[in-house]
Design a protein around this ligand. Sequence first.
Ligand SMILES: Nc1nc2c(c(=O)[nH]1)N[C@H]1C(S)=C(S)[C@@H](COP(=O)(O)O)O[C@H]1N2
Ligand SMILES: [Mo]
Length: 256
Amino acid sequence: MKSITRLFSSHEKEIILEANKALANPTRRLFGQQALSLGAISMLTGCTLNTDDSIEQALMVMSRLNDRVQSWLFDPNKMAPTYSQAHITDPFPFNAYYPEEQIRPSPVDFKLMVSGQVMDKKSWTLEDLSTMPQTSQVTRHICVEGWSAIGKWGGVRFSDFLKRIGADTTAKFVGFRCHDDYYTSIDMPTALHAQTLLTLTYADQVLPAKYGYPLKLRIPTKLGYKNPKYIQEIFVTNVNPGGYWEDQGYNWFGGS
Ligand SMILES: Nc1nc2c(c(=O)[nH]1)N[C@H]1C(S)=C(S)[C@@H](COP(=O)(O)O)O[C@H]1N2
Ligand SMILES: [Mo]
């Protein structure tokens, strides 16, 4: 994954450029609804869409508008599909912003840090987490790069964890900082969704290094890049913390 340019084909860019021309030339505005609405995008975003850079800027603004629409459409009661164990993808693919040989092992004396708008900021060992009620699910992980795979993850329901630490669930965001300097964040309704799990296992085994030891947040209602591995710190906030890919133009809401 590189920049936002990969999300839009040159054909789509042409349409946007055409729309911008139509906006500049009133007679061309008569050419159909689509061009007009795309022209409206340039008005909404305040960008003159005549270079690649300005198109990217406009698309960033659109992506933020799109976040609001997506979070409004998100149904907290709608479940992602689950599968039988027979459907599990073996081997499950590894992915990160670096190759597998460059995985940095997490420290053995690991403690999960908790910060921001929560009552109890004590750190958690894996043992502490394993004393909480555990659940598991077989779901499909969908990567924006064009592959998907089915796997089994187990751990603590994230809503239970948030309740346990006294998180302010009226806050807007939950952010994640990871051992490999990756970071991401999710909206509170998704954090509280019944299928969002703070996982300690993959295929009933302690999470292997490549799948995110010690902790991975598994969110079957979101794309792969919204599922942080190697979690070091979880924080609750009203300021959108962004994310590694999100800050490079990938859609922040990232629903699948
Ligand atoms: N810490 C961390 N988490 C991450 C990433 C990463 O590079 N670092 N990549 C994301 C992306 S893009 C994908 S598709 C999944 C891949 O998870 P997997 O290796 O278990 O398939 O992890 C996500 N979480
Ligand atoms: Mo991904």
